[in-house]
Design a protein around this ligand. Structure first.
Ligand SMILES: *Cc1c(COP(=O)(O)O)cnc(C)c1O
Length: 427
């Protein structure tokens, strides 16, 4: 047994499934997860001492590259001053001010420790603000693992949420309405029937948890219009896309001012930090100003805030997103050409520093499209690339992430590996 195998066996003796977050277990692709020993720039090294070009990027946070020296230095400095106080700090104000500068829709903001907390709190806030119970989400969108959001959908156009996790009483999800992504007719029908009872719509403005799926311009417009007309809060869950799809998130690309925005991943620069914010009138319904309770022992943690602030400073430098987007486009173009030459049915799409790889002829528009893609082909591609020394997320239903540390040469190298793998898949 090699060290990854040994560690996986040992982990399974004490940690359920051997992992602290399910997708890490390689369940949908098979094989043994790589236990990571260290990471730097565009690379991760596993416990066997093998190096991989990394397109997981900690599932999004590592946009400036792993262990960026400036971020590490900021963390070191903050840690020397104490790890946690449970009292307010100046750095939290700076963090909030910087985020509000980047995202004009954020008039007030609160820091939390995970994306799950951010979305859970935003939903509670929307319900408290509107005095309504029902929430709308879309099939294939992931908003963390709080009870009322752990609903995918059943079949049919409009489904009352059935929990997609054991341990969630159906009473808890009876107010969660699940609609297909990009389906304007279903959205209109839903509001026609329940409009006055809907507290909020939460969505991923570019979905990144069912692989990468973009909304149509028509869907974006309808969503803003219909929520406004019905007095429902529109929540852009930009935990993944914020500071990733573009500096100002997808809302800046859509030219939309959401009522609330949830953030995470990049804003912590690899440390546990997330946030939710938006309209002052809504945000001031939170305790201690209002009746909606929300709290956290480690909220606004000084070390996490230091990592986040430095990361935001780096990504605001001139040319950062132009470069990041150019690298992503280089990779997507290279992969499509290589697959085309090999005769493998494949497509790819991207926005800013995130991209999707699909073993399908068309770019998916919904979870149903994505589910119809060739997941067996993905498995072969995934393991082929891993053998070549390139790491992607171990599921066909995940987006992939570029970093500023991925040089054009490294992307050429990645494309060359993909060519080898596609050619092998074709025979
Ligand atoms: C990752 C993610 C979450 C959950 O964030 P955690 O920090 O894992 O709790 C919520 N929403 C979206 C869109 C995400 O990508």
């Amino acid at each position: 047994m090699n060290r990854n195998e040994q560690l996986f066996r040992r982990a399974q003796q004490i940690i359920p499934g051997g992992v602290n977050s399910p997708v890490r277990a390689f369940g949908s692709v098979g094989g043994v997860p790589r236990f990571i020993k260290k990471a730097e720039g565009a690379f991760v090294w596993d416990e066997n001492g093998r190096r991989y070009i990394d397109y997981v990027g900690s599932w999004g946070p590592a946009v400036v590259g792993h262990a960026h020296p400036e971020v590490v230095e900021a963390v070191r400095e903050a840690a020397l001053g104490g790890l946690s106080f449970g009292a307010p700090t100046e750095a939290e104000i700076v963090m909030a001010e910087v985020i509000a500068e980047i995202l004009p829709s954020v008039e007030r903001l609160r820091l939390v420790s995970s994306g799950t907390e951010a979305t859970m709190s935003a939903i509670r806030l929307a319900r408290g603000y509107t005095g309504r119970d029902k929430i709308v989400k879309f099939e294939g969108c992931y908003h963390g693992h709080s009870d009322s959001l752990l609903v995918k959908a059943g079949s049919g156009l409009l489904t009352f949420g059935n929990p997609s996790s054991a341990g969630v009483p159906s009473d808890f999800t009876q107010h969660t309405l699940v609609l297909p992504y990009n389906d304007t007719a279903a959205l209109e029908a839903c509001f026609a029937e329940y409009g006055a009872q809907i507290a909020c719509v939460i969505w991923e403005p570019v979905a990144g948890n069912m692989n990468l799926v973009k909304p149509s311009a028509e869907f974006v417009r309808l969503l803003r219009g219909i929520t406004e007309q019905n007095g429902a809060v529109l929540i852009y869950d930009e935990v993944m896309t914020g500071f990733r799809a573009a500096l100002g998130g997808v809302q800046s690309l859509h030219g939309i001012r959401p009522d609330l925005t949830t953030m995470g991943k990049v804003i912590g620069g690899g440390m546990p930090l997330a946030a939710f914010g938006g309209k002052r009138e809504i945000m001031e319904c939170i305790s201690p100003l209002g009746g909606v309770y929300q709290a956290g022992t480690l909220s606004g943690n000084p070390v996490a805030v230091a990592a986040g602030l430095k990361t935001l400073e780096i990504i605001r430098r001139a040319g950062f997103y132009e470069n990041l987007s150019a690298r992503t486009e280089q990779l997507v173009k290279g992969f499509k050409e290589a697959a085309g030459q090999a005769g493998v049915v494949f497509n790819a799409d991207c926005v800013g520093g995130m991209f999707g790889l699909y073993f399908a002829a068309e770019i998916p528009q919904s979870y149903a499209d994505m589910a119809a893609s060739d997941t067996e082909a993905f498995k072969r591609f995934f393991h082929g690339m891993l053998d070549e020394g390139v790491a992607f997320g171990p599921s066909a239903f995940e987006a992939c992430f570029m970093s500023a540390a991925h040089t054009p040469e490294l992307i050429d190298e990645t494309v060359a590996h993909a060519r080898t793998v596609f050619n092998r898949m074709a025979v």
